[in-house]
Design a protein around this ligand. Structure first.
Ligand code: GDP
Length: 356
């Protein structure tokens, strides 16, 4: 227990229960979970075992777990926010895990604490867990200043994004001052990662033919830094060529609202070259956007975005989980497919079901 924690219990002073009595009753029966205050004290003291257990509660679908998780989150929120949140995206094979391993190691060697999280809902490649493969990031996994947490498995993107956002809060409260959120840049997940990070790094490799092929314009446009990885050996000239091509492609975009012009850099995650310049670039961005107010502005906009995302997700869940709707959905869908009912009329009918 941390002595300077506001949650420290003074001797002789009767304290109200930290846990809602109904929840406590549930725990009484199961006798498995620590109390909210134990989680919070553990997290604030930087105890990664308690941090992991609290994250497991966040990921749980059980109501009693969710209730405790929300109380732990509320207690941790005032201690959160003081980190640099970096989104890292790139197609499979770009070298994300190699990069996170070496770049992350450089960050912890400088005295920082680094948490690595992932957003990867329902990926076929990894069965929903891009960090689940134990061979990835072996050195960083053993680093006492790093905390690596796999993606919360399959689920809707909104659900995974919410859990990741809440996990960020807990990691920050536990003293992690650098947070990496990794995603594979092949779906909507990079939009979700962008919506919860301060800095968005796109990791690319040089390839034969059209350098810009396969990278969605939108992903490039939201990037604060593009890094061409695998700039080593015979690959160096190709990497430099790709760097020039992406640099000129970026010039076609309107100036970003951050007041920062995104750069294109090269590195070799394997040979550990170019990494200093990348960290320097990130630090430069943070310094400039903190000075011009964009850093705070972006976080406030993200809070707004998350509110609407949560509303949308809740409305959608309420709709599809409604038994009366579920009972009619397939039949109405079939009528639409057969051309017996127009899609707008069908949607209107289904949307009215709850109010009938
Ligand atoms: P991820 O799928 O994006 O996580 O990519 P990985 O980190 O698993 O890397 C994919 C392959 O590229 C592996 O065989 C790595 O050894 C290799 N690789 C990663 N970074 C580099 C690099 O900087 N140079 C070279 N030559 N190979 C690399």
């Amino acid at each position: 227990m941390m002595n300077d924690s506001a949650l420290t219990v003074n001797n002789g002073v009767a304290q109200p229960p930290m846990v809602n009595p109904d929840v406590a009753k549930l725990f009484g029966r199961r006798q498995a979970l620590p109390e909210v205050a134990e989680y919070v004290d553990g997290i604030l003291a930087g105890n990664v075992v308690m941090l992991s257990r609290a994250i497991t509660l966040i990921e749980s679908r059980r109501n009693d777990h969710q209730q405790v998780a929300q109380q732990v989150l509320e207690a941790c929120r005032p201690h959160a926010g003081r980190s640099v949140r970096i989104g890292i995206t790139g197609v499979p094979g770009a070298g994300k895990s190699t990069f996170i391993e070496t770049f992350g190691g450089m960050i912890t060697a400088r005295g920082h604490k680094l948490a690595v999280l992932a957003i990867d809902p329902g990926s076929e490649r990894s069965k929903g867990s891009i960090l689940g493969d134990k061979t990835r990031m072996e050195t960083l996994s053993a680093d006492p200043h790093a905390f690596i947490r796999p993606s919360p498995g399959t689920g809707s993107l909104g659900g995974v994004a919410r859990k990741t956002g809440e996990t960020v809060i807990l990691c920050e409260a536990a003293g992690f001052d650098y947070i990496f959120i990794e995603t594979i840049g092949v779906g909507q997940s990079e939009v979700a990662v962008h919506s919860m990070t301060d800095f968005f790094l796109l990791l690319l490799i040089s390839g034969a033919g059209d350098e810009l092929q396969g990278i969605k314009r939108g992903v490039m446009e939201m990037s604060d830094l593009i890094v061409i990885n695998k700039a080593d050996g015979a690959n160096i000239p190709k990497a430099q060529q790709a760097q020039a091509q992406y640099q000129s492609a970026l010039r076609l975009f309107p100036p970003p609202p951050s007041g920062w012009t995104p750069h294109v850099l090269t590195c070799s995650a394997m040979e550990k070259t170019g990494l200093d310049t990348i960290l320097h670039n990130i630090e430069g961005y943070i310094a400039i956007t903190k000075a011009n107010g964009y850093f705070e502005h972006r976080r406030r906009e993200q809070a707004r975005y998350r509110m609407y995302e949560t509303i949308n997700e809740t409305l959608q869940n309420n709709f599809y989980r409604n038994e009366r709707i579920a009972a009619r959905l397939e039949q109405v869908e079939q009528r639409v497919v057969r051309g017996e009912l127009n899609p707008y009329e069908a949607a209107a009918q289904l949307l009215m079901v709850k109010h009938e």
